[in-house]
Design a protein around this ligand. Structure first.
Ligand code: FMN
Length: 348
């Protein structure tokens, strides 16, 4: 099967990024979407991304399908959102029991989210032990059944995020992609790494091309897109329809606005963005959760600068937001040198 969607063809990269894309019965305004990240893509972070703009589709953190039907959105730290973002927010669910996954997907639909995203990629041991996340790639029939059952239960877009699998071969992943499409998936996000490789080796972008060629639904490429040049190269070499940005979006919540051309940031944006993040975390969470979450995000900002590790260490030692604000001002008053690519020792 070949794709009917027009791929990137060496035109203006910004025009392509700004071309809307249909996903199932809905449409997203740009080709750059947020990759779901546990502990990072919470409601406060997403509000900051939204303030800058340009993101085609937001993502929640992974939410346990078992817990989701009874979650209280005002108490849960992961299943919490602003009404204003729901229509462009994909809720990622994690689980392995088709009935439980269906139950969760129904709640996601009832709450008015854009769509439901199935996590078939997380490879951390406690998740895989429960046969969830990437473990489902070892039981493809069950993974496909989950997609099919959810497809039959909800009308909103159903998307799947998955990775290469447990061996370094793209053919089984391409076969699975086809089966996800046949089961009713509306789009795929593919992270071309084997499990349990947790970002230690470079992703194999050439595998994204094989996934794209296997299906006719939109495919989002994912993995180490850190600059607009990376972005163009991924579109060019893989033919993917969109790109899911992970860690670079955490480090630069304005990256969607910048790459779509809506914003031309100056060097003040690093400081301003961190200060805004602090304010938003304080408005959505209470201490010490807000402080803990800020430290987690700040690690990725630190990865953008020479001597960023020293900045992060000072930040880590700070006890409260006023102390952290002092660390931020001291660091940026000294005009730190940005690195050309993020420091991967910090960008974990
Ligand atoms: C801290 C962290 C948490 C993550 N949590 C999730 C998750 O909950 N669900 C998921 O599908 N992927 C998760 N991922 C993987 C990312 O979505 C993405 O596939 C990965 O970071 C590669 O993209 P990047 O190079 O643009 O960061 C996580 C990644 C990081 C760094």
């Amino acid at each position: 099967m070949t794709s009917q969607i027009k791929p990137y063809s060496k035109t203006d990269i910004r025009t392509f990024i700004n071309t809307p894309l249909a996903i199932g019965n809905r449409e997203i305004p740009t080709r750059l979407i947020l990759a779901p990240m546990s502990g990072l893509t919470h409601v406060a972070f997403r509000e900051l991304v939204d303030r800058y703009g340009g993101c085609g589709l937001l993502a929640t953190e992974m939410c346990s399908a078992k817990a989701l039907p009874i979650e209280n959105r005002h108490v849960s730290t992961v299943f919490r959102w602003r009404d204003a973002e729901a229509s462009l927010l994909n809720c990622q669910i994690l689980g392995s029991d088709p009935d439980i996954m269906v139950h969760a997907a129904r709640r996601v639909e009832a709450e008015g989210f854009f769509g439901v995203d199935l996590n078939f990629g997380c490879s951390v041991a406690p998740i895989c032990k429960k046969n969830c996340g990437a473990a489902l790639l070892r039981t493809p029939d069950l993974a496909v059944q989950i997609v099919r059952d959810i497809r039959q239960a909800v009308a909103i877009p159903v998307t799947v995020k998955f990775r290469t699998g447990w061996e370094d071969a793209v053919a089984p992943a391409a076969d699975l992609a086809r089966r996800f499409e046949d089961a009713g998936a509306d789009a795929l996000t593919f992270h071309p790494r084997v499990a349990p490789d947790r970002r230690s080796r470079p992703p194999k972008w050439e595998y994204i091309r094989m996934i794209k060629q296997a299906v006719s639904i939109p495919v989002f490429g994912n993995g180490e897109v850190f600059t607009l040049d990376d972005c163009e190269k991924m579109f060019e070499t893989t033919g993917c329809d969109g790109i899911a940005l992970g860690r670079i979006a955490v480090a630069k919540p304005w990256v969607f606005a910048q790459w779509t051309g809506a914003l031309q940031p100056d060097s003040n944006i690093y400081r301003e963005s961190l200060l805004q993040m602090m304010e938003l975390l304080a408005s959505h969470f209470s201490p010490p959760t807000d402080i803990r979450k800020f430290k987690k995000l700040a690690l990725y900002s630190a990865a953008l600068f020479q001597f960023g590790h020293a900045f992060f260490t000072r930040m880590f030692r700070a006890q409260n937001f006023p102390e952290m604000a002092d660390v931020i001002h001291a660091f940026f008053d000294a005009s730190p040198e940005p690195t050309s690519r993020p420091n991967l020792n910090l960008f974990r």
